[in-house]
Design a protein around this ligand. Structure first.
Ligand SMILES: Nc1ncnc2c1ncn2[C@@H]1O[C@H](COP(=O)(O)OP(=O)(O)OP(=O)(O)O)[C@@H](O)[C@H]1O
Ligand code: SF4
Ligand SMILES: [Mg+2]
Length: 339
């Protein structure tokens, strides 16, 4: 990358397929490719954003990283070590170093455990410290997520907390082990704007104080811009554009990222609103094409190339890469010939 930072986590040409069930008993389902040869390197200490519409494969990437599932192809490396086949102590060690915060804290928190028991549980599982040291760690974790004074919350159960407080408990639960890498999957999508801002600030503070690296999953470009150093834009399991958040969102080069920017409400844009108009009103009717994943929706596609070849990720500069044949540094993707 040329900025001296080291890679902490690498997804190396990851493929993940799911087989959906047939409609009728015994009928064959279809394969959904949730991730299609995704290649991403995340640098130590950064907040890396994974953005894209619903179904683009963001959560799948997070679940593979925390080893809730295995990839069908490709490897995942933490500090250069392949984690796909870890077992025994190495697997437990990995689950201490890499944690996940889920979108819906109601589902991720055990309703039968008090706040104190929820946050101390990982310390007990990993046999960290004695009872006194664990209690100290729990109070510290609670304070660091703003559950203060901790004694007011320690004996409450999830249903006795607000949504924002529940998400704070989930963050404390993930952070009490002092992980190096945290996947935060849409952690604020169920919260209002002011609560979201508070949660963002907690994550930023964790990064500053504990040097945690984050994979921040979001469909919100505004959240990505506020929080992330770099982002990757996903579309139907494919990586379309990757680069510094500010650069990608100010100067998007992929027609899909440009379409996402067009879809933002006008008040989000500062200054003059630039429109790209790269999204077709109605999808192209094509079957069995093997080309660019965005071809059916791309207004600036050029036939036959875009329908026959999948564009590789090409570097526009040191830090900004785009999977479009026609993206060029500094030049807006222009409308091409018939497709
Ligand atoms: N367990 C599963 N079985 C079958 N298909 C699945 C499964 N999990 C995910 N998928 C499919 O994989 C694709 C990617 O899903 P994923 O949940 O990763 O998307 P996402 O980007 O997180 O979406 P959202 O923004 O809605 O959370 C989708 O088409 C989804 O339907
Ligand atoms: S490669 Fe072609 S279809 Fe794909 S985004 Fe670029 S112009 Fe559109
Ligand atoms: Mg998701």
């Amino acid at each position: 990358m040329g900025n001296g930072k080291q890679t902490i986590l690498e997804l190396d040409r990851i493929v993940k397929r799911y087989r959906t069930k047939g409609f009728f008993f015994g009928a064959h389902g279809q394969d959904v490719i949730a991730l299609n040869e995704v290649f991403i390197k995340i640098l130590r200490g950064e907040i890396f954003g994974l953005v894209g519409e619903s179904g683009s494969g963001k959560t799948t990437a997070g679940r593979l990283i925390v080893r809730l599932e295995q990839p069908d192809q490709g490897k995942i490396y933490l500090d250069g070590r392949d984690i796909t086949g870890l077992k025994g102590k190495a697997s437990k060690d990995y689950s201490r170093r890499v944690q996940m915060i889920f979108q819906d804290p109601y589902q991720s928190l055990n309703p039968l455990l008090s706040v104190f028991d929820t946050i101390s549980e990982p310390l007990i599982i990993h046999k960290i410290g004695n009872a006194e040291a664990r209690e100290d760690s729990v109070w510290q974790a609670m304070k660091s997520v703003g559950l203060s004074p901790p004694h007011d919350f320690a004996h409450r159960y999830p249903h006795q907390l607000s949504g924002g407080q529940r998400q704070r408990v989930a963050i404390a639960h993930a952070m009490v082990l002092k992980p190096e890498f945290v996947v935060a999957d849409e952690p604020t999508s169920m919260l209002d704007a002011s609560m979201s801002a508070q949660i963002f600030n907690i994550l930023l503070e964790m990064r500053r104080r504990l040097k945690v690296t984050f994979l921040f999953i979001t469909h919100s470009l505004a959240a990505a811009r506020y929080l992330c150093d770099r982002i990757a834009v996903m579309y139907k399991g494919n990586l379309m554009e990757i680069g510094p958040a500010e650069e990608v969102l100010r100067n998007p080069k992929h027609p899909y990222t440009q379409a996402l920017m067009d879809a933002l409400p006008k008040f989000v844009h500062s200054g003059g609103v630039k429109r790209y108009e790269t999204l077709l009103q109605a999808e192209r009717e094509v079957s069995g094409y093997v080309g660019c994943p965005f071809f059916v929706r791309c207004k600036v596609a050029r036939a036959p190339k875009c329908s026959r070849e999948k564009p590789p990720l090409k570097k526009l500069d040191d830090s900004h890469s785009v999977a479009c044949f026609y993206a060029e540094p500094g030049i807006k993707t222009r409308s091409g010939g018939k497709a």
